[in-house]
Design a protein around this ligand. Structure first.
Ligand code: ZN
Length: 308
């Protein structure tokens, strides 16, 4: 446990030290999702999150939301690398848990939907937890928070042969990029530069306003609708591959140049997915740490595919 704690502290130092440096979209997207979620936590969940976060995070979940990306290539955490995405059959435009949720060697449940269920299940032990479990649950919180962002990024549930668009090389306006990175990074960096003067807080406030009073205020309850925390990640992944087919891959070819038309039509989807990820992460954490006896009484587990 002590080594886990010091490892986390070391990574935390790295994350904080690198904070002023220009960040990738994936970092910004994860931070926004976690900031939105933390703002929607009820008192019990807010207390549990602050209790689980390392002191150095200063109570800010978003400071460590990108941690799973930082460690995925470290030897100790290499097993988590397949948990960030789902490869689905080319052009199937569907996600079937029993068919698609596995790592390259075929190990079941090793995908982002399985990971969300797994780490949610671990966090269910918080209420009975003892101090020596604290750092496992800290990691579970960071993984759950990160993967809830990943599952909402449409191209994280993409086609197998092009690795979710990573192998579709193209240009974003004038510079080289690829289809996956357009959705991970380029669209958000472009809107930050063009619409928000590169001010992340202004962008976040705009998203939060649209959730509570604006564009999405009528959608909040349907976004949060989830009768079974184990099966809802499958719904989110299904939404993502559907969006990936309709808006990500559609009409895009290797060597294309994507610019104003693609940016303008896809930006509303990117912003909605960030907001949905935040709202749903808050819903998960409120139910895991709150007083919903139904969830607490039935700890989740990764079992037969049909149950998820
Ligand atoms: Zn990730």
């Amino acid at each position: 446990m002590a080594s886990g704690a010091s490892l986390l502290a070391a990574v935390l130092g790295l994350v904080i030290a690198s904070a002023p440096v220009t960040r990738s979209w994936s970092t910004e997207g994860h931070m926004l999702t976690c900031q939105i979620a933390q703002g929607l936590l009820e008192p019990a969940a807010a207390h549990a999150v602050k209790n689980l976060l390392p002191e150095e995070a200063g109570g800010d979940l978003s400071a460590l939301c990108v941690w799973p990306d930082q460690v995925r290539h470290w030897y100790k955490y290499q097993w988590t690398s397949p948990l960030h995405f789902i490869d689905t059959p080319d052009n199937a435009c569907s996600f079937v848990y029993s068919r698609d949720c596995h790592d390259p060697s075929g190990s079941k449940d090793m995908c982002v939907a399985g990971a969300i269920a797994n780490f949610t299940s671990q966090l269910m032990h918080y209420k009975q937890g003892s101090a020596d479990r604290k750092y496992n649950l800290t990691e579970a919180l960071l993984f759950l928070s990160h993967f809830m962002g990943d599952v909402h990024q449409p191209m994280h549930v993409g086609f197998t042969s092009d690795q979710g668009g990573n192998a579709v090389n193209l240009r974003w306006f004038k510079h080289k990029s690829n289809l996956h990175h357009v959705w991970d990074r380029e669209i958000i960096l472009t809107t930050l530069a063009e619409n928000y003067g590169k001010d992340m807080d202004a962008f976040r406030k705009d998203l939060e306003h649209n959730i509570t009073k604006g564009t999405w205020s009528d959608d909040m309850s349907s976004w949060k609708d989830c009768t079974d925390l184990t099966s809802c990640p499958t719904k989110y992944a299904t939404e993502s591959i559907d969006l990936a087919c309709k808006w990500g891959y559609n009409s895009v070819h290797e060597g294309d140049t994507l610019s104003d038309d693609y940016f303008g039509s896809r930006l509303p989807i990117v912003t909605q997915r960030i907001a949905q990820g935040g709202v749903r992460l808050a819903m998960f954490l409120n139910r895991v740490f709150g007083k919903h006896k139904r969830d607490a009484a039935a700890p989740l587990h990764l079992a037969a595919d049909d149950e998820l």
